[in-house]
Design a protein around this ligand. Structure first.
Ligand SMILES: NC(=O)c1ccc[n+]([C@@H]2O[C@H](COP(=O)([O-])OP(=O)(O)OC[C@H]3O[C@@H](n4cnc5c(N)ncnc54)[C@H](OP(=O)(O)O)[C@@H]3O)[C@@H](O)[C@H]2O)c1
Length: 282
C-alpha cells in the first residue's frame, strides 16, 4: 500500500513527500531501478537532463501500467556553461527532456543550478513561466538557489518557485533556507537526503536511535526529514534498500530523538557533500 503523504505545492498540485532519485544510475540500468521503485510503491521520480538517464527512466514510467496522473515526474534544465541559455535554447532543452522521457508533460521542471556568475537565471525563469503556462510542466521550480537568488526571483515577477531542491541532511540542515522557503511558500526538497550513504549513516547518534527503534540508520534519517516537512528523494540501485527507504511510515521519532539528530548539524559550519552554489558553474 502506498502510504506516502503528499505536500501541496503553491500551484495547487500535490507532490509525494518521498520519491526516488536517479542521479548516477546509468541509462541502461535506470529502467530496472525505476521499475523496482514503482513496484515497491514509489510514485515520484527525480531525474535531470545531465543525469543522462531520462530515456531509461521514461521507459519504466511509461511501461509501468500506472495511470500517468498517479505519477509525479521531475526533471531539470542543465543550464551549463557550454552555451547561452536564451528562450529558444531553454524551450529546446525542455522538448528534448520530454522526448527522452516519452511524456507529454512533467509534473515539475527545475532550473538545476543558479550559476550566479552567469547572471541569466531571471531570463531562464521567464521562459519557465511560459512552460508552466503551456501546461507541459505542471509546476516549475529551482534547485540549489540561495536566499539571495530567491529574493532576485521575487523581485522580478509574480511566479514563485513551487520547490527549491537543495542539499539537505542532518549534517547540513539548511536552517536559513528552510525558513526563507516557509516565508515565500516554496516547498523544501532535500537532495542527498541520506548524506550519499556515507558518514552520516554510521554516526553513533543515528545508530543509537536505529538500534533502539529496530530500524536502519537510513530509515531514521528519512524520518527526520519527513518530520521536518522536507520532501526527500533517496537514491538506491539495491532492491532491498529501495523498499527499506519507503518503509518509513509506521513509526515516528520522539522530540528528543529529533533533537539529537538536529544537534548533528548545529555547529553552524555544516558539512556539504556537493558544490557550493555560489561558485558552481561546471
Ligand atoms: N539538484 C541537485 O543538484 C542534486 C544533486 C544531487 C542529488 N540530487 C537528487 O537527489 C537524489 C538523492 O541524492 P544522492 O543520490 O546524491 O544521495 P542519497 O540518496 O543521499 O544516497 C544515495 C547513496 O546511499 C546509498 N543508500 C541508499 N539507501 C540506503 C540504505 N537504505 N542504506 C544504506 N545505504 C543506502 C546508495 O547506495 P546504492 O545505490 O548502492 O544502494 C547510494 O550510494 C539523487 O539521486 C538526485 O535525484 C539532486
Amino acid at each position: 500500500m502506498n502510504q506516502v503523504p503528499t505536500i501541496k505545492l503553491n500551484n495547487g498540485t500535490f507532490m509525494p513527500q518521498l520519491g526516488f532519485g536517479v542521479w548516477q544510475i546509468p541509462d541502461a540500468d535506470a529502467e530496472q531501478a525505476v521499475a523496482t521503485a514503482l513496484e515497491a510503491g514509489y510514485r515520484s521520480i527525480d531525474t535531470a537532463a545531465v543525469y543522462g538517464n531520462e530515456s531509461g527512466t521514461g521507459k519504466a514510467v511509461t511501461g509501468s501500467g500506472l495511470a500517468r496522473e498517479e505519477l509525479f515526474v521531475t526533471t531539470k534544465l542543465w543550464n551549463g556553461p557550454s552555451q547561452a541559455w536564451g528562450r529558444d535554447e531553454v524551450l529546446r532543452a525542455f522538448d528534448d527532456s520530454l522526448a527522452k522521457l516519452g511524456l507529454d508533460y512533467v509534473d515539475l521542471y527545475l532550473i538545476h543550478w543558479p550559476r550566479p556568475m552567469r547572471d541569466d537565471f531571471l531570463s531562464i525563469w521567464e521562459t519557465f513561466g511560459e512552460i508552466a503556462a503551456s501546461g507541459r510542466a505542471k509546476a516549475v521550480g529551482v534547485s540549489n538557489f540561495r536566499p539571495a537568488d530567491l529574493a532576485r526571483l521575487a523581485g522580478a515577477g509574480d511566479l514563485v518557485p513551487a520547490v527549491n531542491q537543495i542539499e539537505l541532511h542532518p549534517l547540513f540542515p539548511q536552517a536559513e533556507l528552510r525558513s526563507v522557503h516557509a516565508e515565500r511558500g516554496i516547498a523544501t526538497e532535500a537532495w542527498s537526503p541520506l548524506g550519499q550513504g556515507k558518514e552520516l549513516l554510521t554516526l553513533p547518534a543515528v545508530a543509537e536511535i536505529a538500534g533502539r527503534r529496530g530500524r536502519t540508520a537510513a530509515q531514521v534519517v528519512l524520518r527526520w526529514h519527513l518530520q521536518h516537512g522536507n520532501i526527500v528523494i533517496p537514491k538506491s540501485v539495491t532492491p532491498a534498500r529501495i523498499r527499506e527507504n519507503l518503509d518509513v511510515f509506521d513509526f515516528e521519532l520522539a522530540d528528543d530523538e529529533m533533537a539529537a539528530l538536529d544537534a548533528l548539524g548545529a555547529d553552524g559550519a555544516g558539512r556539504r557533500l556537493g558544490p557550493d552554489p555560489a561558485g558552481f558553474d561546471a
